[in-house]
Design a protein around this ligand. Structure first.
Ligand SMILES: C[S@@+](CC[C@H](N)C(=O)[O-])C[C@H]1O[C@@H](n2cnc3c(N)ncnc32)[C@H](O)[C@@H]1O
Length: 230
């Protein structure tokens, strides 16, 4: 029996028999199950997002590359990125309100991968206050509504590479439902985000994570074509 990856049920030791393989994913899933604090869906969302970000954005030689996970929740996406690319120096994971179990999950991950202790920092605070640089890789999984636009704006201002998985699409005066009669309005909004990134001098990669995990599965990645001005 395969598990439904879209459910928010908490992963516990009961799920261990589903993850007996030798892959990094199975090993990660076993650590997460033993920590007994993470909704199942988050494991799959974070893994699928991090894999695609890792495929597109690597640590750059001669530069210390930092991952910045904004609206991070349990910060699992940041942790997985560090596991997938040893050359990433550090990750800063920020949420206005870290879930109580975020530190518990970090402890469990650190027990298995001790390098995460110093590499991964969790901070409770407003993402608007985070100072970004052009060597950062900014990720944000399901930053609700306009929060995704704030993440994009901040990343663009710093000329940082950025990846967002938008959710909770909202429509207001600055993002009208122009395309209401033509297309799914959430899709129109994400395409508008992608075009805006292009206009801001970014190369855009429009990807998806599997829809069996979440219907909010559009992953928008962007890398600046020009370096940051001095
Ligand atoms: C839908 S959750 C996504 C959490 C996580 N990225 C995930 O995929 O499970 C949205 C998160 O945004 C956080 N958040 C909302 N406004 C924020 C802000 N201004 N600064 C930082 N985090 C914020 C919330 O606390 C919440 O954890």
């Amino acid at each position: 029996v395969t598990l439904d990856p879209s459910l928010r049920v908490r992963l516990t030791e009961h799920s261990l028999p589903h993850y007996t393989g030798t892959t990094l994913f199975d090993e990660l899933a076993r650590v997460v199950c033993r920590a007994e604090c993470l909704p199942r869906k988050e494991l799959y969302e974070s893994w699928e997002t991090a894999r695609r970000v890792n495929r597109q954005f690597k640590a750059r030689a001669g530069e210390s590359t930092r991952v910045v996970d904004l609206a991070c929740g349990h910060a699992l996406t940041a942790a997985i990125l560090l596991l997938l690319d040893d050359k990433l120096e550090t990750a800063l994971a920020v949420d206005r309100r870290l879930p109580e179990s975020a530190h518990r999950l970090k402890e469990a991950l650190t027990a298995r991968w001790p390098k995460l202790e110093h590499k991964l920092t969790l901070v409770e605070g407003d993402l608007k206050k985070v100072e970004l640089t052009s060597s950062d890789i900014v990720v944000s999984v399901h930053a609700c509504g306009r929060l995704t636009d704030l993440v994009l704006e901040q990343a663009v201002a710093a000329r940082a590479r950025v990846a967002v998985l938008p959710c909770c699409h909202q429509f207001g005066p600055d993002n009208t439902q122009t395309f209401l009669h033509w297309a799914d309005t959430a899709l129109a909004q994400d395409m508008t985000r992608a075009f805006r990134l292009e206009q801001q001098g970014y190369r855009v990669y429009a990807r998806t994570i599997p829809s069996e995990i979440t219907p909010k599965n559009r992953l928008l990645l962007g890398a600046p074509l020009t370096p940051a001005p001095l």
